[in-house]
Ligand binder design. Structure first.
Ligand code: NAP
Ligand code: MG
Length: 505
């Protein structure tokens, strides 16, 4: 049983009761007056009402973004000026750090340290792109004869950016910062469960000097507003982060207008612990790898493979520490694991655990909804460790998106790599070993966009983040992202003294 913490004193709140859409530089209500109620999943309490965008609102946002892109000044600003505005966004975010942290915790139920880390990174993302954009550009190509070729990077145009609920502000920053850095106009559709911080970030963009229409924020239903944006002929690109099934659906529909598409999708990331690891670091890093953000993490290391020589020792330590993880008031500094996003997700998680039990697996820790004193109306699940599993089981094959890890034994490096790659996903992975040659060998063979070696972290500004296989394509958080928000124009010229007359006319 996990240690359950009593709730600590509430902090004074800065949240508002109502949050608007942002369209064409204005804070507006929904065209039909509709609202989304957003709840605090740690307590089940209402946090705020949020204007719920309709198709009409989405149309207005597309028109505003199109107008801003085709006729506005943002993309024509000297790059240093756009860079300064991105830095200004970062500095306003920093000055409102506590507000952003509070809203993120209220909207998601994540723990204080988790929210602080993510808000901090969102700020650094704007600083990173403020720097990166200055040196981003085309190149000169060597051509034979009296020809000259150079390339230019031009913003791709109007982008629809659709984001999930697990990292609401960070995902908004990963999308907004590179897109506006290159001069695109955007329409952001936050997840219905967690719209607050993306809206505040939109307000901050305006305050920092981003012109009207460049950044529009339209929380609303994915199947209605998200779908409308994906199919709209005036939208040039869709950047989507979310589940693999919806990603596939979006790619199919975006193909009708041949939009540029980038997809950051689900995962089932392997975590391989070799016998020569630093045991303490491997246990601590593996715990973080799965239970960070309550396991509601696309790169959660949810398949743990441990060498047979250290299996018993590792598993004992891992299970013991899992049982000590503190669930409790998300605002308490000592809380290590926050709540689950909603009842639906709680049921999904428990369904996976029940399927494992039916399939004959052993539950070594957790295995049921948690009761947290003072937070009985929230959604909580005990950090769960499942052993005696195999690759035919649903709990091993599918993304759970919760605090549940499966553990298996392996006998040698070859088997570890085979098991790690036996998945339709390819987002994260981790290796724990003191043997540098082994780390390099295994990293080279893993089919995943990210490999962490003796390291629990994968995402810092500058590190490419994205998937292989059905975890999607495209990379965020890095220089390469700027290429994915631009078209490359090739200019070929002739500077010879004799006129060219290839047809001899
Ligand atoms: P989701 O259900 O796929 O939803 C993601 C977003 O898509 C939400 O804003 C949703 O709106 C919208 N949407 C739903 N149906 C749509 C449609 N038909 N057309 C257009 N948009 C639509 O994912 P989620 O449950 O929010 O997030 C969890 C998933 O995200 C996991 O699979 C996780 O692995 C993945 N994820 C990946 C990364 C990465 O970088 N690879 C990062 C974070 C999360 P509503 O909220 O209104 O439904
Ligand atoms: Mg919420």
């Amino acid at each position: 049983m996990s240690t359950i913490q009593q709730s600590a004193a509430e902090k004074p709140s800065v949240k508002r009761d109502f949050y608007h859409l942002i369209i064409n530089g204005e804070k507006v209500e929904s065209s039909n007056g509709g609202t989304i109620k957003t709840y605090n999943p740690a307590t089940g309490e209402l946090v705020a009402n949020v204007a719920k965008a309709t198709k009409e609102d989405a149309e207005n946002a597309v028109q505003a973004a199109r107008q801003a892109f085709d006729h506005g000044k943002w993309r024509k600003y000297p790059v240093n000026k756009r860079s300064r505005v991105l830095n200004k966004i970062a500095s306003i975010m920093r000055s409102r750090f506590n507000e952003l942290v509070e809203l993120e915790i209220l909207d998601t139920g994540k723990s204080l340290s988790t929210a602080q880390g993510q808000v901090n990174q969102a700020i650094e993302d704007f600083e990173f792109y403020a720097g990166a954009i200055v040196s981003h550009g085309g190149r000169v190509n060597a051509l034979p004869g009296q020809f000259h070729n150079y390339t230019e990077k031009e913003p791709v145009g109007v982008c629809a950016q659709i984001i999930p609920w697990n990292y609401p502000l960070m995902m908004a920053a990963w999308k907004i910062a590179p897109a506006i850095a290159v001069g695109c106009s955007i329409i952001v559709k936050p997840a219905s469960l967690t719209p607050l911080t993306a809206i505040v970030l939109g307000e901050i963009c305006l305050e920092a000097g981003v012109p009207a229409g460049v950044v529009n924020i339209v929380p609303g239903s994915g199947s209605e507003v998200g779908n409308y944006l994906v199919e709209h002929e005036l939208v040039d690109k869709v950047a989507f982060t979310g589940s693999t099934p919806i990603g596939k659906n979006i790619m199919a529909r975006a193909s009708q207008t041949l939009k540029r598409v980038t997809l950051e999708l689900g995962g089932k990331s392997p975590n391989i612990v070799f016998a020569d690891c630093d045991m303490e670091a491997a246990v601590a890093g593996s715990l973080y790898g799965i239970f960070y953000n309550t396991g509601q993490s696309c790169e959660a290391r949810s398949r743990l493979y441990v060498h047979e020589d250290i299996y018993d020792e590792f598993v004992n330590k891992f299970v013991e520490k899992t049982k000590q993880l503190r669930l409790g008031n998300p605002f308490d500094e000592g809380t290590q694991v926050g709540s689950i996003i909603d009842q639906n997700q709680l049921d999904v998680i428990d369904g996976f655990v029940q399927s494992a039990i039916t399939d004959g697996a052993d539950i070594l820790a957790g295995g049921k909804a948690a009761v947290v004193a003072g937070f009985e109306n929230g959604y909580w699940y005990e950090p769960t460790v499942i052993a005696n599993v195999n690759h035919d089981m649903k709990v091993v094959k599918e993304e759970i998106f919760g605090p549940v890890v499966v553990i298996m034994k392996f006998k040698d490096e070859k088997e570890a790599v085979k098991l790690a790659n036996d998945t339709e996903f390819g987002l994260g992975s981790a290796i724990w070993t003191k043997d540098g040659a082994r780390a390099t060998r295994v990293a080279n063979q893993i089919q995943a966009g990210i490999v962490m070696v003796n390291c629990p972290f994968s995402a810092m500004p500058g590190t490419p983040f994205g998937g292989y296989k059905q975890s999607g394509f495209g990379r965020e958080l890095c220089i390469e992202t700027l290429d994915l928000y631009t078209e490359t124009k090739s200019i070929v010229s002739y500077y010879g003294s004799h006129p060219l007359n290839p047809l001899g006319v």
